[in-house]
Design a protein around this ligand. Sequence first.
Ligand SMILES: O=C([O-])CC(=O)C(=O)O
Ligand SMILES: [Mg+2]
Length: 305
Amino acid sequence: MSSLPNDEKVEGQEEGTADDPNHIDPRLLFPMKRARVSAVGTTYWDFIQLIAPRFDPDKTWESKDAVDAWCLKCNKRVTYQCGDSSGVRYHVRIRHEDHLQKMEMFSNGGDFNDSTPKKRKLSSSSSYKAGFVPTCDLYDEYLDTARVPTVAWRSFGGIKQFYGPVVTVKCFEDNSRVKELVETDGKGSVLVVDGGASMRCALLGDMLAIKAQENNWAGILIHGCVRDVAALSKVKLGVMALGSTPRKSKRNGEGQSQLSVRLGDVECRPNDLVFCDLDGVLILTAEQAREREQKAHEVSHSVSL
Ligand SMILES: O=C([O-])CC(=O)C(=O)O
Ligand SMILES: [Mg+2]
């Protein structure tokens, strides 16, 4: 897994670097303090530590400062962003299954306060608990049964990897529907906007992105343009688009939501599950997403019996 793009180079550091995937200066490592403990006393963080942005013996680092995580067993960097441990959970699930099986906590999506694994009702759409998985790992698993739009996406938001069930908007140079939707509760969904690839005006800027972040959208994917690029990069929201332009869009109440939309050479439907990161975009059908969830459920259930 690659490091996050906004990792900073460590100034004045003598050994190791904070952005080398295979080497770390041990002085940069610090434990995750808020790791919740499973029924059998283990956590996802038993051999994974957080990476501080620089060496400072006088500072007590917190998880919000971490630039990524480090697996002490694999000697490998693991993706981590404050508030999002899905990269760590994915790493433990894929590389340290034995540890995971001891934990008995996969069934409740990593919410370790509930120590008794329960049978979980499988949802039809919006609660995919398997967590973020890098798009290249998903591609290797699904090959071309997953949809990968042949589109030169650029990442504009402060969150570089995001995923969620799809809510669609189809519009052309009019962002009325986008504005309406970011003012509603996104429930962790990704807003997929088919803007007809228009480069003439921007369908999103920092104000609408902040609204989306406040209203629990995981991200916004725009087959079109954004603006306010400098400010957008500071908003803790996933935003990917084709490019940017200063020109704003119309707002004449045009456009439709929850239609099947087109992203370059692929179709994207409401309730598909979309994964976005710096490698691009990968879309699973709702059926594939349910199968994933079912598999995760079976693993956890066999563990908890
Ligand atoms: O208001 C718009 O249409 C886009 C924009 O500039 C913003 O969201 O900040
Ligand atoms: Mg603006």
